[in-house]
Design a binder for this molecule. Sequence first.
Ligand code: NAP
Length: 256
Amino acid sequence: MNQIPDVLYADQDLTTWLVVGASRGIGLEFVRQLLMRGERIIATVREPWASHASALWGQAGSDHGKCQMYICDILSEDSIIKFVAQISAIPNLKIDYVIINAGVLRYPNRSTEMSFDEFAFHLHTNAIGPIITAQKLLQTNIPVGTIVFMSSDSGSQGNFREMEDGFAAYAASKAALNMAVRHMAAELKRKDDDTIILALHPGEVQTDMANINVAWPVHGMITPEESVVKMLHVIQSKGIQHSGTFWTWEDKPYVW
Ligand SMILES: NC(=O)c1ccc[n+]([C@@H]2O[C@H](COP(=O)([O-])OP(=O)(O)OC[C@H]3O[C@@H](n4cnc5c(N)ncnc54)[C@H](OP(=O)(O)O)[C@@H]3O)[C@@H](O)[C@H]2O)c1
């Protein structure tokens, strides 16, 4: 059981965020904006010595205490378990918002061409790793307010994006994530657990992931800054009644 004490919601001025996959792109932008708001942050990277990890430290400015960096590679169950054990040892930790942001796109990945390993790589990183990370957190005594999974419009079954040539493994992995997210929300409701489970589509965001030449017109590219400003609003506007729902950065409900 992961019942959330009232104090979690009473402390609106200072919340604790966990951002998994914070080295660059959307994850790093979450850290940057949350630091500007003065929030407490636990940020994970998978390569502590890489140049992008030091960029994360740079965002912390002179007060590194507000952003604690941990190592977590969601392709490794051992790494996930070790990370969760480390934060479980932090006294009186409560986490208001968990953003499971880490994800990969190796383009192109066509059903008619991709290798066994390429398909497995997308499924492991985009579906299995995020779900197991959330599961291990939920199995601790850490009170968790909301868990947000960074999904994609590519993973929607109801709004199949037929023109997305080269996205088969990526889309299938996000669809698998979406289905497991829905089950997680339903399981928690059955257990009377108040942790809110959400999936988000961040928009078409100018990051390394989006730096590919696709054959279809991509409309409405946005900056990581705009995406994260809007997602922060979406995330903080949702209550337990919204658990098990899928939203866009513009706060529009999206079809699973
Ligand atoms: N950009 C878009 O238009 C768009 C659209 C829809 C959905 N999304 C989703 O939004 C999320 C963030 O995407 P982005 O655009 O910011 O991509 P990005 O710039 O490529 O960044 C991906 C992040 O995921 C991390 N990551 C990858 N594999 C990991 C692993 N095994 N363990 C831990 N971290 C790992 C990366 O860490 P390293 O630096 O160590 O590689 C990096 O921090 C992804 O889930 C993506 O699918 C993005």
